[in-house]
Design a binder for this molecule. Structure first.
Ligand code: BES
Ligand code: MN
Length: 462
């Protein structure tokens, strides 16, 4: 078996430029899931995935329409008595704004130094192409795969996977598997391969505050009408105390506490205060003082303002008392918090605390629970070995602060754990201008995936 791994790795090394040109074509498709104007591009991206799956040697490839964006399925089921791995991915990307800050056009990918630049390069088109590259390398050297493969690549992850749960429920047997491979979680640094074993969940809201019937002259009416922008800021400010703790009663009731062992384990990660200062460029860190940055990100919930809108924001001045103010708010949640419960608590808090000087409306867009997977699952162990084989160093175990809604669904509906890894780096600027992919890390990632598929052989049969 080591021979086969080596051969496939040699094939991969000889085909870097093919993999790169595949990635270039894929990243060139502006598959932004959130705005309806890209509907056609989403179809195009789904077809591109289907074509890549077919070149990699998968069969029975289907593009399933949903009432949102399509889901691509494929499989290869000829490895008798071997485990079945469901590969998950998403071909959608985040919007590119603010577009002026891009140094190169987001959908005209280019290479600079060791980086591949473009929206989706790291999150996660690069990761999908890495999986296909690994499969193709295996297939071309041995003519078959060591394990059974299923593929499910969706187009709505960046908007919370609204149609994926129903799809999984409706196709239970088609998707049944022993374990899922999810390469949508990144690594800590180019020399620190990482296995992620926990993700935070997410809940989305929009809070609107209305005051006077229409905008008012701030001189004629200022002082007698409660400014909605101010009222909104006051309520937002009241939701954290001076220690960065959320003040909504009951908010922390179901937060699972970290064990001492786990805190000790997490303290080994090379991600202290300096790391976060350097990664973010913020003048100082903030947050609950009783938890380290790594703990705050991996195991503590947040309430975050994602956007604010009110009144006059153009150039120059305007003496207006706005009629309306709005905030986009989301919470990262952790095990064992539930999205609906957070919604109930927030609504109750607003009922109690927003003054009667304004009217308000809270829209709830749903969310996804957090997930924790077993870092000692046989497939996780295979991934650790694969990463170690390529990087020659023990992989680190990490709780991730980001969210991948499908992980909980696959756990609940299909009863399968996910192996979470990926070859994106913290400074890849995912969701930001100038997203990029570090190519030396990506090439190693392809090799680790090759090793993983081989190490999964007979792995789950005891
Ligand atoms: N790939 C990310 C999540 C992620 C980022 C995992 C970094 C590990 C390291 C994913 O595509 C993402 O951004 N998810 C969204 C989820 C959402 C919009 C429902 C997120 O976390 O904001
Ligand atoms: Mn992603």
């Amino acid at each position: 078996m080591p021979d086969q791994i080596d051969q496939a790795i040699i094939y991969a090394r000889n085909h870097h430029s093919d993999f790169l040109s595949e990635l270039k074509d894929f990243v060139s498709i502006p598959s932004v899931s959130t705005t309806p104007e890209y509907k056609q591009e989403m179809e195009k991206a789904a077809h591109k995935v289907a074509q890549m799956a077919s070149s990699a040697g998968l069969e029975n490839i289907q593009i399933y329409p949903t009432s949102g964006h399509p889901i691509v399925f494929g499989e290869w089921l000829h490895a008798k008595n071997q485990p079945t791995i469901l590969i998950y991915g998403h071909y959608d990307v985040q919007p590119v704004d603010p577009v002026d800050l891009w140094e190169t056009p987001p959908f005209q990918p280019s290479l600079r130094d060791q980086y591949f630049l473009g929206r989706g390069a790291s999150d996660m088109k690069g990761q999908i192409v890495a999986v296909f590259a690994a499969l193709q390398s295996i297939r071309h050297t041995t003519g078959s795969f060591p394990v059974n493969i299923k593929l499910m690549i969706e187009g709505e992850e960046e908007i919370g996977s609204p149609h994926l749960r129903t799809f999984i429920e409706d196709h239970r047997s088609m998707l049944s598997c022993d374990v899922s491979l999810n390469p949508d979680a990144g690594m800590i640094a180019p020399d620190l391969p990482t296995l992620v074993y926990a993700l935070r969940g997410l809940v989305f809201f929009e809070l609107k505050v209305f005051g006077p019937e229409h905008d008012l002259h701030s001189g004629v009416f200022g002082g007698v009408v409660h400014n909605p922008a101010q009222a909104l800021c006051e309520i937002i400010a009241s939701m954290h105390d001076e220690n960065g703790r959320i003040t909504i009663p009951g908010f922390y009731d179901h937060v699972r506490t970290l064990s001492l062992e786990e805190r000790e384990e997490l303290s080994r990660l090379p991600m202290g205060e300096d790391y976060y200062l350097q990664q973010t460029g913020a003048p100082q860190l903030w947050g609950e003082p009783d938890y380290t940055p790594v703990e705050r990100i991996g195991a503590r919930p947040t309430l975050e303002v994602n956007g604010l809108f009110s009144g006059f924001t153009g150039q120059g001045t305007k003496t207006v008392l706005p009629a309306y103010a709005m905030a986009k708010i989301s919470c990262r949640i952790v095990a064992d918090q539930e999205p609906d419960e957070i919604h109930r608590l927030l609504r109750h808090y607003l009922e109690q605390h927003i003054p009667s000087t304004v009217r308000w409306e809270l829209n709830y867009f749903g969310g996804a629970p957090a997930s924790i997977t077993d870092p000692n699952h046989p497939a996780a162990t295979a991934m650790k070995k694969a990463l170690e084989l390529v990087w020659k160093t023990r992989p680190l175990l990490k709780r991730e602060g980001g969210s991948i809604p499908v992980v909980g669904d696959i756990q609940k509906i299909l009863g399968a754990d996910s192996v979470l890894t990926g070859f994106g780096l913290p400074d890849d600027r995912i969701h930001s201008p100038n997203e990029r992919l570090h190519l030396p890390t990506w090439f190693k990632g392809i090799e680790a995936l090759i090793a993983f598929f081989y190490l999964m052989k007979s792995n789950l049969q005891e």
